[in-house]
Design a protein around this ligand. Structure first.
Ligand SMILES: Cc1ncc(COP(=O)(O)O)c(C=O)c1O
Length: 358
């Protein structure tokens, strides 16, 4: 029998694996001077990272402004606002569009920085002057009314490209898995959103023991499976920027992507599996009934991946995965019977027969 271990990241204070990332991003930004107390951390996030940033930012004397697509479960924005963050819901568009939520978040950081420099009245800003944040320049095309007049600058957290994300998992998640298993594990598997988790953990574990196999589990609509298994991300038609990511590609949230991020590129992977929405839904109900675990869609997909890895490497192995967040954040879709029925995803399994197991 294989042993599957789930690292219970949903128990973190901010409720997800992203707490580590939020802490690391803010600490590195403060250390480098790119963020100051009283400044605003902005992020374009489909939820968890934003919730973690909103949770930890006040402890560093900072504020949090979040931009998310308006098709994300409503309870996520409600939590953010309750935590004191400001939230902007925008329509989902391609990453190449200037109003993609990630691009809006980047722009907001620039606006906050411009506002702070005006407030300091250092120099009257010349119209030609451009302010730089994380290497990007402002086009100065937007108003800055979303921030208070005493704002002390802005920093774009940039979880997809900021390697503080990778480092949080390399130094934290990866080393904890190593310590908590006493180095006695054979494989690790996780889905990727930014790729920070799978990259940081796989790098750390493979440096400790090159025999540990690391895998990706990829949801529908994501190009990463192709990238890992065939070296090609997508067909021309599927390339991000050419197509609008269809919100019905997958019911899972926070995982799956059609571009290569700096964080994902740090991963050391031995292979990849594909998981379906139906498998993720069935797995979540299996975990509920058999393990008393109420987990979110990405955690369920990760457990699908763990079974796939177990089937591929054979019995007698220990496989580790991540339980990223709780089912509490997924009530309006993943745990909503009506929504599932509308999408042909009503769970029917009594065991793990949906993965070919009796
Ligand atoms: C709920 C949830 N699970 C999993 C992930 C994927 O983790 P990573 O971004 O480290 O690849 C995310 C990322 O946004 C997420 O929000």
């Amino acid at each position: 029998m294989p042993l599957i271990l789930g690292k219970a990241e949903f128990l973190n204070p901010g409720g997800s694996v992203k707490d580590r990332v939020a802490v690391k991003i803010i600490e590195e930004a403060l250390e480098s001077g790119q963020l100051a107390q009283g400044g605003v951390v902005t992020e374009g996030s489909a939820g968890s990272t934003a919730i973690s940033l909103a949770t930890v930012a006040p402890a560093y004397g900072c504020k949090c402004h979040v931009v998310i697509p308006d098709d994300v479960a409503i309870e996520k924005s409600q939590i953010l606002e309750a935590l004191g963050a400001t939230v902007e819901r925008v329509r989902p568009v391609s990453i190449t569009h200037k109003d993609h939520y990630v691009n809006v978040a980047r722009r907001r950081a620039l606006e906050a920085k411009e506002l702070a420099s005006k407030n300091r009245k250092v120099d009257q800003m010349d119209a030609k002057d451009l302010v730089q944040v994380n290497g990007f320049t402002s086009e100065g095309d937007e108003q800055n009314s979303v921030f208070s007049s005493d704002c002390k600058g802005g920093f774009f957290a940039d979880q997809f490209e900021n390697l503080a994300n990778f480092r949080a998992h390399y130094e934290g998640t990866g080393s904890e898995i190593w310590e908590q298993t006493g180095g006695k594990l054979h494989a690790f598997v996780a889905a990727a959103g930014t790729g920070g988790t799978v990259a940081g953990v796989s790098r750390f574990l493979q440096e400790k023991d090159p025999n540990i196999k690391c895998f990706l589990i990829d949801p529908p609509g994501s190009g990463l499976f192709n990238k890992v298994t065939r070296g090609v991300m997508y067909t021309k038609e599927e390339a991000e920027g050419r197509r609008l990511k269809n919100p019905f590609d997958t019911i899972t949230e926070g995982i799956g992507i059609n571009r290569l991020t700096q964080n994902f590129m740090m991963a050391e992977l031995d292979g990849a599996f594909r998981g379906t929405d139906k498998e993720a839904v069935e797995m979540s109900r299996f975990l509920l009934k058999n393990d008393g675990l109420f987990v979110g869609s990405s955690s369920a997909m990760n457990c699908v991946g763990a079974v796939r890895v177990a089937q591929s490497i054979g019995s007698g192995h220990t496989i580790v995965t991540i339980l990223c967040d709780s089912g509490m954040r997924h009530l309006s879709k993943f745990y909503d019977a009506q929504y599932l029925a509308q999408h042909g995803l009503t769970p029917t399994a009594t065991g793990l027969e949906f993965l070919g197991l009796q």
